[in-house]
Design a protein around this ligand. Structure first.
Ligand code: UDP
Length: 454
């Protein structure tokens, strides 16, 4: 394919990511895939505050620019979702327009804006400049489907039905299976509205990308499934710039993890992580800590520095023979390690995709947001694990955690899950490989970028 819209140059994509680890990285990986397909001019845009705090920057060979969400010195967590949204809209629109203008006047004009729908106003800016525009959803397509139905008013909030039926091939859902921001509408309607605003402009955008793959989820609007958007070295296909994992707000402890895992037996270790954001309560952390101490298995537990005070007193010393606790790791390296037997996860979408891609069975302890829905699908649709049950106080107790770990690892149930794991691991690779569904979606987009009139 010949690339060249502007005097033989590749089209130029501006990729605008929302300032959360789990949003930035899949967009970065997607950019690498575009790059591999011939889109050599890609600029990443993040917020000023995010960039200032990204520890292992520069983690990309693409130029990185910034916009302002109105919170350059932080403080967004102290305002309401509506206030964030409004301030972000105002500052974001202005500074995004300034950035596009700046790039244009430096002879590096943008042809296409790829943006996170948490910034729905970005489409208005793109259209003002006559750019092609693409939304990039970093959550699952099933979650999109649920939010979209609520956005259209077809799913009435607050939820009053015990069973929720959403057209498009989703299983019957219970209120607890919905994203928490939908299920808990009454306690925080503003936050729910913030999530629904992702769909503002959805009818006007040129492309809708979702970080999923067709074989995993086929429901929803006519979207392009382009995922899983994770480093290609992991999926057996080395792309340029591949060693670089992504922008990170945390510093990974790499060698000690791998050295420790190298000493463990095959499929003997529980890997535990709640991602970059979730903050399990003190009671939950204690139950988890005790469950890990009580199991027969060794464990590698990521406890972010900000969460460390929730560990029981002297816990590290108490478990030093069987457990390694780190503040952050290279999760893909860990999941790929043969010592890992299961993943006790909050079911963030990236972690879920990474576990599916690694063929690692999951025990879901969803905390909030879309994690509840992902956990439901992991258990009931993809059969890749089990969702741990909470007690009447909303805590997953130690016995339940221990039970779930043995459920996914042992006996007939473990055997069944391992069979699913092998299936998904292969389907992921087929999807991103030449001729695969995600690969074709990306090629279709690249063709349209290169020859926009056809
Ligand atoms: N991650 C990592 N090291 C860790 C824990 C997590 O690199 O110690 C990465 C993980 O691989 C995933 C991301 O952080 O890509 C977490 O994203 P996810 O969507 O699972 O959860 P979120 O952080 O958005 O809640």
């Amino acid at each position: 394919m010949e690339i060249g819209k502007q005097e033989g140059k590749s089209p130029h994509c501006l990729v605008l990511a929302f300032p959360l680890q789990g949003h930035v990285n899949p967009m970065l990986q997607f950019s690498k895939r575009l790059n591999y397909k011939g889109i050599t001019r890609i600029t990443i845009a993040v917020t000023k505050f995010f960039l200032k705090n990204a520890k292992d920057f520069p983690a990309t060979s693409f130029p990185v620019e910034t916009i302002s969400d109105g919170f350059d010195n932080g403080g967004f967590e102290k305002v309401s979702p509506l206030e964030y949204y409004n301030r972000c809209w105002e500052s974001g629109s202005d500074t995004l327009a300034d950035l596009i203008e700046k790039l244009r006047s430096s002879g590096s004009g943008i042809d296409c804006l790829i943006y996170d729908p948490f910034f729905p106003w970005a489409l208005d800016v793109a259209k003002k400049f006559g750019l092609m525009a693409a939304m990039f959803f970093t959550q699952s397509n099933s979650v999109n489907n649920i939010y979209f139905h609520a956005y259209k008013g077809e799913l009435k909030l607050p939820i009053s039905e015990p069973e929720i039926r959403i057209p498009g091939g989703l299983p019957v859902l219970k209120p607890g299976d919905l994203p928490s921001f939908i299920g808990e509408y009454e306690s925080n309607p503003e936050r729910s509205e913030f999530m629904l605003k992702q769909f503002r402009n959805v009818e006007k955008v040129d492309w809708i990308f979702v970080n999923t793959f067709y074989e995993l989820e086929q429901e929803f609007l006519p979207v392009k499934a382009i995922g899983p958007s994770i480093p290609s070295w992991y999926l057996d296909k080395r792309l340029p710039d591949d060693k670089l994992y992504g922008l990170s707000a945390f510093k990974p402890i790499t060698e000690p993890c791998i050295n420790w895992l190298n000493k463990q037996q095959n499929k003997s270790v529980i890997y535990v992580s709640f991602g970059s954001f979730a903050q399990p309560g003190l009671d939950q952390m204690e139950e988890l800590a005790l469950a890990l101490k009580m199991t027969q298995m060794n464990f590698l537990w990521v406890v972010r520095a900000s969460e460390e005070t929730k560990l029981p007193k002297n816990y590290r010393d108490d478990v030093s023979e069987k457990g390694l606790i780190v503040t952050w790791c290279h999760q893909l390296d860990v999941l790929a390690h043969e010592a890992i037997g299961c993943f006790l996860t909050h079911c963030g979408w990236n972690s879920t995709l990474e576990a599916l891609s690694s063929g690692v069975p999951m025990v879901g302890l969803p905390q909030w947001s879309d994690q509840t829905t992902n956990a439901k699908f992991v258990e009931d649709v993809w059969k890749m694990g089990v969702r741990a049950k909470k007690d009447e106080n909303g805590i997953v107790r130690r016995d339940e955690i221990i039970h779930c770990v043995s459920y996914v690892m042992e006996g007939e149930t473990g055997e069944k899950i391992r069979r699913s794991a092998i299936k998904w691991k292969k389907l992921v690779r087929d999807a991103v490989d030449e001729g695969g569904s995600s690969n074709r979606s990306i090629e279709e987009f690249v063709s349209a970028l290169v020859e926009p009139s056809i």
